[in-house]
Write a protein that binds this ligand. Structure first.
Ligand code: NAP
Length: 393
């Protein structure tokens, strides 16, 4: 396929699957950025021969140079530019020869590079939902101003997007956003208090990066997706209905004003929404398993309402979405830091929601910023993280 891309977050779950799809389609890769996984990035450089790569900091850049020296000599070595930090991410995002930037970094760190890519006129294949949750009020108008497409990679949003093709987006009655329910769908409130990291990482249907897997277990992931859907499809959060669907076969649905409901189905495999974003507006031969309605995984499809009492993160995300302004940014940053503390073992699973709620309450008292700019968002990110770091200490 005659297309050139850059991948932000190339060493992660979405990043590696993106490169697999790019290789299968003959898409060129001009730029890669990663955090700290220098050995995997070195292998990707040898295979895809990007012109520019970026890593988290100068120390990782040194490790990367060392890792490249350990590889057999090859044409990938020259002319390769190795950058680091936010500046490096932006340089990868702005590369003149790319048509599309895949935003597969995790967290709000993706916001600056995504904005840089939009300003450079690049279409964005967006996996990095935190960017839209925290910065939707900047990303959406800027993408309109620069006439760039935001192509959803999240499987639910890809499903909704496909259900909208050929239909009138103004005639949406509801978006029905499906959720697997995560590993603790049947857990009692008491059992949730005792959940450890290993249990929270055991997602029943999807294999993903660590942060999103914890978010799925708390259902914050679904809450972030409600806000993401609201921005992408111009529908208020209260018209985005979460539907627990444990089989993860129906990836989401759109109900139109005439009450017709259109759904997109498939076995859970992120390579499909990635493929769709990389090849849009064409439909090309895929590499995922074909859907088989007679497969035991698809025999029984069930739907149930979510339980916001046991999973308060979902309620908090709706509240943040309704409040708008800077509140979704505070929700997101507090959650990122709370998940980091859960991983570090300094707080329990149910403390994640407690810390996020406390931070949102404090922010409401301090004063919500109605139309936050980039600097407001970065300042609030810093404040929310400090709040969560200090919580309970
Ligand atoms: N995984 C899924 O199935 C899935 C589905 C839907 C949406 N998403 C969304 O996609 C995004 C990525 O998720 P993931 O599961 O792929 O996460 P992941 O496996 O944890 O990967 C995150 C990637 O971001 C990179 N990264 C971290 N900090 C960075 C920095 N400062 N500069 C450049 N790169 C940095 C990591 O690099 P290192 O590993 O080298 O440190 C890694 O390549 C998230 O926003 C998630 O919500 C994921």
């Amino acid at each position: 396929m005659n297309r050139t891309i850059a991948v932000l977050g190339s060493t992660g779950s979405i990043g590696t699957q993106t490169l697999e799809i790019a290789a299968s389609l003959g898409i060129r890769v001009a730029g890669l950025s990663a955090g700290r996984n220098a050995s995997l990035l070195a292998a990707q450089i040898a295979r895809f021969r990007p012109r520019i790569v970026s890593v988290a900091d100068a120390a990782v850049a040194r490790t990367l140079r060392h890792a490249l020296e350990g590889l057999p000599a090859g044409p990938y070595r020259e002319p390769l530019e190795i950058l680091c930090g936010d500046e490096g991410n932006r340089a990868v995002a702005e590369l003149p020869e790319t048509d599309l930037v895949v935003a597969a970094m995790v967290g709000i760190a993706g916001l600056g590079p995504v904005l840089a890519a939009i300003r450079a006129g690049k279409d964005i294949a967006l996996a990095n939902k935190e960017t839209l949750v925290a910065g939707g009020s900047i990303v959406i108008p800027l993408s309109r101003q620069h006439k760039v497409q935001l192509l959803p990679v999240d499987s639910e949003h890809s499903a909704i997007w496909q259900c909208l093709w050929g239909n009138d987006g103004k005639k949406i009655r509801r978006l029905l956003l499906t959720a697997s329910g995560g590993p603790f769908r049947h857990a009692s409130a008491e059992e949730l208090e005792r959940v450890d990291v290993a249990a929270a990482l055991a997602h029943p249907t999807w294999r993903m990066g660590g942060k999103i897997t914890i978010d799925s277990a708390t259902m914050m992931n679904k809450g972030l997706e409600v806000i993401e859907a609201s921005w992408l499809f111009g529908v208020p959060v209260d018209r985005v209905q979460v539907v627990v669907h444990p089989q993860s076969i129906v990836h989401s649905m759109v109900e139109y004003t005439d009450r017709s409901v259109i759904a997109q189905l498939g076995f859970p495999d992120m390579r499909l929404p990635i493929h769709i974003a990389l090849t849009w507006p064409e439909r090309t031969e895929g590499i995922c398993d074909a859907f088989d309605p007679f497969d035991p995984r698809a025999n029984t499809l069930t739907f149930e309402p979510p339980d916001s009492a046991r999973f308060p993160c979902l309620r908090l995300a709706y509240e943040a979405g309704r409040t708008g302004g800077s509140m979704p940014c505070v929700l997101n940053s507090a959650n990122e830091e709370a998940v980091a503390r859960f991983f570090a073992g300094t707080v329990g699973f149910t403390d994640i929601a407690r810390m996020v709620e406390g931070c949102m309450e404090r922010h409401a008292i301090n004063g919500i910023v109605r139309d936050p700019g980039f600097d407001d968002i970065m300042e609030l990110d810093h404040w929310a993280r400090s709040y969560v770091r200090a919580f309970g200490r």
